[in-house]
Design a protein around this ligand. Structure first.
Ligand SMILES: [Zn+2]
Length: 296
């Protein structure tokens, strides 16, 4: 939940070097670890016709192979992250297919910042880690919708760190593991709406100004949560923005600097109600129509 301390960052960094990831990784920001839902596809699979299963599996194999074929992206084996990661072929194909279809829905200029992706298959452990240009993602004991949600959150971190950059600005009070975000980095415009520094919120900031409880952890988690909310819950973000000026500003900055004017549709289940004052804790487990998201 919390950002890594310097010591644990060093441990994480050492671990990364040990597993052979050579890109420069400064830190990992950690997605929430609380939800452990069962794989939802296991229910639907039983009801499919034999022909349907065959067609679906061959499509999944094709989509999984597409992920392997992204030239600039390294896919270290999951076992290098967790030795007890021993996926079946079906598990690997399923997760890679979900990951590939999710990446297709994100702006290519964000996805292209990702250079190393490790998928691992254990029933426990953090669901996602993202930092520098690397992501580590747990594929087992997580629903397809949640794997996609965590992936979008982690791509949010990668986008924040790499796609949005300052050049000539002054150092701000937002220290990303000791490195000051510059004042001409659009990320700093976003952080400044609710944060005095990377640790302190503005004194008048309220829960209603954030998209989730986890977004209140620090400005970097807020960015990643808001990025995921913008993509997976676009209509809800716009509806909340109508009643909250901070959220309205955040939405506008994301729209202008991160998504180049692109807005996302709604994938919310029909029975979902909107609470204007209280926030759920974690965007990555908020329900949404995953099939509609990857189909559009
Ligand atoms: Zn995070």
């Amino acid at each position: 939940m919390q950002k890594y301390s310097r010591t644990s960052r060093l441990i994480a960094l050492t671990a990364l070097i040990l597993v052979g990831i050579t890109s420069t990784v400064f830190a990992y920001k950690v997605a929430d670890v609380k939800a452990e839902t069962l794989r939802e596809a296991s229910i639907t699979k039983q009801t499919r016709s034999i022909t349907g299963v065959a067609r679906s599996e061959s499509k999944n194999r094709y989509l999984a192979s597409k992920l392997d074929s992204i030239n600039e992206l390294k896919l270290p084996s999951g076992t290098t992250h967790r030795k007890d990661s021993k996926p079946s072929t079906e598990e690997e194909v399923q997760c890679k297919s979900i990951v590939y279809q999710t990446l297709l829905k994100l702006p290519t200029e964000h996805v292209s910042q990702l250079k190393s992706l490790t998928l691992f298959y254990t029933t426990d452990g953090r669901r996602g880690l993202g930092g520098g240009s690397s992501i580590i993602l747990r594929c087992k004991n997580v629903s397809d919708a949640e794997v996609a949600g965590v992936l979008v959150h982690e791509i949010g971190h990668i986008t924040d760190e790499n796609f949005l950059q300052g050049s000539k600005g002054l150092a701000t009070k937002y220290l990303d593991f000791g490195r000051a975000v510059l004042s001409d980095d659009p990320s700093s415009y976003f952080y400044a709406i609710s944060w005095a520094s990377d640790k302190e919120k503005l004194s008048d900031a309220t829960e209603a100004d954030f998209v989730s409880g986890y977004a209140m952890s620090d400005p970097f988690e807020e960015f990643a949560e808001s990025y995921a909310y913008y993509i997976l819950h676009g209509e809800e973000f716009r509806a909340l923005s109508a009643n909250n000026f901070a959220l309205k500003q955040k939405y506008q900055i994301l729209k202008k600097y991160v998504f180049d004017g692109k807005e996302f549709a709604n994938y919310m289940p029909n029975n979902r109600t909107l609470n204007k004052e209280e926030r759920e804790y974690d965007v990555t487990v908020m329900p949404y129509e995953f099939r509609a998201f990857i189909a559009n």
